[in-house]
Design a protein around this ligand. Structure first.
Ligand code: FES
Length: 189
């Protein structure tokens, strides 16, 4: 399931004066990433990754900036960003029962991980946190999701705990990764 904000015509798009895609980011991308692709559009995913890495999610304004940077239509950038479940188009909430917790546990459910019993990993997280897939703990700290192939098939079953890869995951190792976050030694923006 993708966490997508409904973007109806009446929605006010929050804006800030300073760009999300900073000059420094653009310089690095232009130098190291864009030249690797035949067309600029090829660099879209790395650009989105950079944005998400920098801010923890990708605001609409940042999608527009990515579009301008690559000479694409904002709607096309939106389509791409909302297609991939690992991009978050909503902010992390800080209280209440937010759509997305402060930390995200993402368990891969694609074929390589499925045959390596990914469901044991999901169950372990489910039990530990008392939430189902797609839910966030009441304190807003953890969200559990299942995603398609994380590109870590050689380490199946694989999971992402925030941006940290957990390869050859076991109920114990995923539990430890969550404990480390709960202890607060893995802070995020
Ligand atoms: S199938 Fe799970 S990481 Fe590729």
């Amino acid at each position: 399931m993708a966490w997508i904000t409904k973007n109806s015509g009446a929605t006010q798009i929050p804006r800030r004066p300073e760009p999300y895609l900073t000059t420094a980011m653009k310089e690095r991308l232009s130098r190291d990433i864009v030249p690797r692709y035949e067309v600029k559009q090829g660099a879209l995913l790395p650009v989105l990754h950079d944005l998400q890495h920098a801010y923890g999610w990708i605001p609409y304004q940042a999608l527009e900036e990515a579009a301008a940077f690559l000479g694409l239509q904002p709607a096309d950038v939106w389509d791409t960003a909302s297609f991939y479940e690992e991009f978050w188009l909503q902010p992390r909430a800080t209280s209440g029962t937010p759509p997305r917790g402060e930390h995200v546990i993402a368990v891969c459910r694609s074929i390589a991980c499925e045959v390596c019993d990914h469901s044991a990993i999901t169950s372990a997280v489910r039990e530990k946190l008392g939430i189902d897939v797609g839910e966030t703990t009441d304190d807003g700290r953890f969200t559990l999701v299942e995603l398609e192939c994380l590109g870590l098939c050689e380490g199946a079953p694989a999971a992402l705990v925030d941006e940290e890869m957990v390869m050859c995951a076991t109920p114990e190792s995923i539990g430890k990764a969550i404990d480390a976050l709960a202890a607060g030694n893995h802070s995020h923006h």
